[in-house]
Design a protein around this ligand. Sequence first.
Ligand SMILES: [Zn+2]
Ligand SMILES: [Zn+2]
Length: 146
Amino acid sequence: MTIDTSGKWWVGSEPADVEEYLKAFKAEGYDVDRFKLARCQCKAESFHLAIDDDEGAARRTCSACGAEGFIGDSGKYFANTTQSYECVECHSLTCNVGVGFSLYELNNTDVRWLSVGVRCSQCGVLGCMIDWKVGGGNDPDFLERV
Ligand SMILES: [Zn+2]
Ligand SMILES: [Zn+2]
């Protein structure tokens, strides 16, 4: 894993670099205690990402097979796409997606805050597309829904 921080944007050499980015970014000042990289059931790691900025929700669509998935509790809240991922640098429409979870306590799984990190599939520019406060984030499989 290598992140180039010399330019205007941080650039990651591989998908897993999203984790380091989110840990440094610390959305709303919250530490990222857990991280999970999105991987489709078809094994692809490149997605289109739609967010609902009004509700605080995100949906990813696999660029290989078209399968959709809601991140965290987004399935309950996603209403309208207010923005779709587009790379700030090369305008690619697909990205790797990684989710950072901030927990209330390190030894349990109650999620307090969630941040959705992205890495451009083409040029590697890293970013945080959206983050939100989680209510009822203690579902057993919450940390798996990325
Ligand atoms: Zn797929
Ligand atoms: Zn790009």
